[in-house]
Design a protein around this ligand. Sequence first.
Ligand code: UD1
Length: 417
Amino acid sequence: MDKLLISGGVPLNGEVRISGAKNAALPLMCAALLTKDPLTLSNAPNLRDISTMLTLLGKMGVAISRAERSVISLDARRLDNPEAPYELVRTMRASILVLGPLVARMGYARVSLPGGCAIGQRPVDLHIKGLQAMGATISVEHGYITVRAERLRGAHLRPGLVTVTGTENLMMAACLAEGITTIENAAREPEVVDLAACLNAMGARIGGAGTGVMTIEGVTALHGATHQIMPDRIETGTFLAAAAATGGEVRLVNTDGALIESVIAKLTQAGAKISCRGTTINLSMSGRPKAVSFETAPFPEFPTDMQAQLMTLDCIADGTGVITETIFENRFMHALELRRLGADIHIAGNAATIRGVAKLSGATVMATDLRASASLVIAGLVADGDTLIDRIYHLDRGYDALESKLGALGARVRRVQ
Ligand code: UD1
């Protein structure tokens, strides 16, 4: 199994190009299921989750072509197997995103239940309730959800929690439903807005994306389109956090500071100097960071997917930071590993209190989920000596060419067997 070996202590310096967003690409790929025409997506990141989704769509009968690595064309004309098997859903929860499009276009879908996950229970009840309200018949048997509907009907939906993939699933289903669907308490994440823009380019009639109330007027068919995937705001934030923690100076290109204002605000409070212009973000940092406190919450508040990375910054900061995780229970597993590197972290319920220490010291640690892995990489970059991170397949799910991008910024990072 691959591991990452990091020799810490080098400030990151230079320019890095941010890839397309994983969490936008996955739902966009599923949108291809809604039409008989090809959908072409550019700026696709090179990630394991993207390959998993391609495998899943391929099994369903979607024809896939890649003119180049970052351009994916999907043609779902001959969709003959509307099923998502356990083996694939198990490795990638976002497979649930095929549910809405399949039932809307084919009147039938069978998708494995995602099951437990390292960062909490993460049920899909809100996806199911929404489809039921739109007239679908649902049964759960043998670990699979089976959904049937002649044609979905527009409905008034109000999920009890803000759910990102839930909003995306229901929005895609509503595009081909009869009548108007409203989604209250809709997720406002930029990835939802990107998906809505692509669906509208395919002939959908979606209003209110990016606000808490979306309206979708159903149409009988969608057509093909070409769409550029938005930049990855979490990759962006991760590189900014890494540069700030190491006291470096970096320039991020092909991204957008407006996507992560809450993260930029915290890094600025920690002492980083950040300026955004067009598709570029510059960061420079000198001296020890100041501790920051924050609470994760749905967009536009601080993203849970950046919680672990900022925790590492607090580990070496001057002062004490308190981080409260409100989205996922059990999302502090990185704290245990950070402690192995000498961090002083105390967890009580969903709050972590981090007392900054002057130095972390390299050790062997284990990656437990995608963003937890990123926090360990940042810790390795600042720690004294060598840090060996085990189970980095988590990183390969969501960070495009991480070690070569870090290497180009001067970090001493190597993949070892
Ligand atoms: C998406 C992101 C993930 C991010 C998360 C929160 C993708 C592919 N993944 O995950 O990176 O960490 O948003 O920003 O975009 N919930 C229920 N029932 C449901 C659905 C959700 O109780 O049917 C709960 C979840 O357990 C969680 C909260 O709602 O506590 C928010 O989860 P949700 O927004 O759905 O996360 P994902 O869409 O899975």
